[in-house]
Design a protein around this ligand. Structure first.
Ligand SMILES: Cc1cc2nc3c(=O)[nH]c(=O)nc-3n(C[C@H](O)[C@H](O)[C@H](O)COP(=O)(O)O)c2cc1C
Length: 260
């Protein structure tokens, strides 16, 4: 493959290579890099405004995400966009099931996740990070240990898409292998980064996964489809404290081994 040109050709950039070269130049010159900015400004948001998102914008984000790479270009993603009455009806059904499950925990067998998103047995350091994440979020919301009603209500905000007017559901053909979930992650992240370029924010949501029995028939997915996760999409309420939740990361130096 030929390297990116050092200098842009004269005239407006006409293709992706020219755009990439421009971005590289911006980074080298110390100017703000729009790709870095999209990555840095993405975070899971949990309070959205009722402001509608134009259908053309949603379609554009999905088209961009469809540019994500996938093994042998299999493009295993399938998206469902819920708005208006359809979104509200799903919210009603799943919130009712979530309440019923709390009242009768024996119903848990009915609401199983279709794939292991999390490990069966948690070990350090993952359990530590998970706990820190949960308690930091609850701390910000003023929810103390043992306040089960408040925790239930906060967890249920997932099933209201955190008030976002657009709810997305993603499915995968059951015949596909585990590798397709790797592809799926790239697709989902591309939606979330592309959203930033349009003033929009997101929250990816595995919380829906246990309720696939309700969701799949609601969205009209066939028996060959498995629910991968949901996602809230919209304009955020910048005044909501919960949206100030900036999560920490270990540095690359900690998770990288250099072999020379
Ligand atoms: C596939 C996936 C599923 C997630 N599911 C949920 C969820 O159901 N509810 C929620 O509030 N956050 C969910 N999150 C958000 C994570 O908690 C969040 O990404 C993590 O804490 C890092 O924070 P950040 O996204 O703000 O950088 C999910 C993230 C991913 C990638």
């Amino acid at each position: 493959m030929s390297p990116l040109p050092d200098r842009l050709p004269a005239g407006p950039p006409t293709d992706a290579v020219a755009n990439a070269a421009q971005a590289t130049e911006a980074a080298d010159s110390g100017e703000p890099n729009p790709v870095d900015a999209a990555i840095e400004s993405r975070q899971s948001m949990r309070q959205f405004l009722p402001r509608a998102v134009p259908r053309a914008t949603i379609l554009h984000l999905l088209d961009l995400a469809g540019r994500a790479p996938s093994g042998t270009n299999t493009q295993p993603w399938r998206a469902y966009v819920l708005q208006g009455a359809s979104r509200n009806a799903l919210v009603g059904k799943v919130c009712a099931a979530h309440d019923a499950l709390r009242a009768d925990p024996s119903l848990a067998a009915e609401y199983r996740e279709e794939y292991d998103y999390y490990p069966e047995k948690w070990v350090s350091p993952y359990i530590d990070r998970r706990r820190e994440n949960g308690w930091s979020l609850y701390g910000l919301l003023g929810i103390a240990k043992g306040e089960k009603d408040k925790m239930h209500a906060q967890h249920q905000r997932n099933y209201r898409f955190f008030d976002a007017p657009v709810g997305l559901m993603f499915t995968l053909d059951r015949v596909m292998g585990r590798g397709s979930l790797v592809d799926y992650g790239m697709f989902l992240q591309t939606i979330m980064l592309a959203a930033r370029g349009h003033g929009l924010h997101t929250c990816p949501q595995a919380a829906w996964n246990g309720f696939s029995k309700i969701i799949l028939p609601h969205i009209g997915a066939g028996p060959d489809e498995m629910l991968v996760c949901g996602m809230a999409l919209g304009y955020i309420d910048e005044t909501a404290p919960v949206n100030g939740f900036r999560t920490p990361r270990v540095s690359a130096a900690e998770f990288t081994t250099w072999l020379e």
